[in-house]
Design a protein around this ligand. Structure first.
Ligand code: CO
Length: 350
């Protein structure tokens, strides 16, 4: 699974420009699905009919969602000195931008978000976040005309981060960019390899980071009975503070959401996941913060409403150039959802 995650993580797909990620996913799922289509917003919707008979009459049509896009930047202007002005696509803290390497546009032009060396920063300024308006991307061009030969206005900018396996110990920790939400994409690809007694509609969605936009139209088209969204969510277990409960912890299993800023999870689906985890001995945890939004926020408000839940792989340092996760958590997330889909065959209760 690390080979797939490496490909997904290194693919460049800032919101609205998910093509490269879509190609990696299509290649991985093509032989496991009955069909697919790409809609007007770029969502990749894969369809897999129930392989086994029986089961409850409801829910029959299950939507599984993971977003393909990642946070990044966009070129918004040129400075006379050949550097580039830029805007943010999705939520990024200014402080994580300093001194980072980036790739720009379809030709992956390399650049650096340079920052003054410490020698030139007055002592009083060192404790303050940088002034975003003064940040620029340096591509080494000597003037504006030189820069315009290499990049265009509106070009997407992604962080330049290679995927690596960091530890071969129990947790099998890896680092890379965009685990929010390539971790969810990897989970969904693996799930499509299984066989189920329900009809699966796997939506690899676009533009989640700018407002859950792809999921909104995907859910409308699919009109599912229930939905699961998969995420790479906040993991703030380091450094561990005594008496403070982290949002999630690395290596403690998939994180189930009760509520975030975009939706309240359907308790029948939460119960199904918990029951399944207990029965199968799969580790799990709850996301212990009402923070962020997920595709479930758009999906649960589709048409006449859709019961939804979000399951996440804990990922340290998300919305930054590099994040970390445990492959063990990724595998446990796949197992938990796979078994839960089987356990759903008897229905969900009232
Ligand atoms: Co995100």
């Amino acid at each position: 699974m690390d080979a797939l995650l490496k490909k997904l993580s290194e693919a460049r797909g800032v919101s609205g420009n998910e093509e490269a990620v879509r190609q990696v996913i299509l290649e991985a799922v093509r032989e496991h699905i009955d069909g697919y289509r790409v809609d007007a917003l770029g969502n990749l919707i894969c369809y897999k009919k129930a392989r086994r008979q029986g089961g409850a009459s409801w829910p029959r049509k299950v939507m599984l969602a993971a977003h393909m896009d990642e946070v990044g930047l966009m070129v918004t202007g040129f400075n006379n000195d050949g550097t580039l002005r830029f805007g943010k696509v999705g939520g990024i803290d200014d402080r994580v931008l300093l001194s980072k390497q980036v790739l720009i546009g379809p030709d992956a032009v390399p650049g650096v978000i340079g920052y003054r060396p410490i020698h030139l920063i007055p002592r009083a300024e060192r404790n303050r976040p940088p002034d975003f308006s003064k940040l620029a991307i340096d591509i080494g061009a000597s003037n504006q005309a030189g820069a315009e030969k290499l990049v265009k206005l509106g070009d997407y900018v992604s962080f330049r981060t290679s995927f690596e396996v960091l530890a071969e110990d129990g947790l099998r920790t890896v680092k890379g960019k965009a685990f929010d939400d390539r971790a969810g994409c990897a989970v969904l690809v693996e799930l499509l390899k299984g066989e189920y007694a329900v009809d699966l509609y796997a939506a690899f969605t676009t533009q989640e980071e700018v407002g859950l936009r792809g999921a909104k139209v995907a859910a409308y088209a699919i009109a599912p009975d229930v939905a699961f969204a998969f995420e790479g969510t906040i993991c703030d277990d380091l450094p561990s503070k005594k008496d403070v409960s982290p949002v999630t912890e690395l290596g403690k299993g998939p994180a189930i959401t009760f509520m975030d800023r975009s939706f309240v999870a359907d308790r029948r689906l939460v119960d199904l996941l918990v029951r399944t985890a207990e029965k199968e001995g799969i580790p799990y945890q709850f996301k212990r913060a009402v923070a962020g939004g997920t595709d479930s926020g758009a999906i649960h408000l589709s048409r006449e409403g859709v019961p939804a839940v979000t399951v996440s792989v804990p990922s340290r340092y998300i919305h930054a150039p590099v994040s970390m996760l445990s492959l063990l958590d990724l595998e446990h997330t796949v197992q938990l959802v796979q078994k839960s889909l089987h356990n759903m065959e008897g229905g969900l209760g009232s």
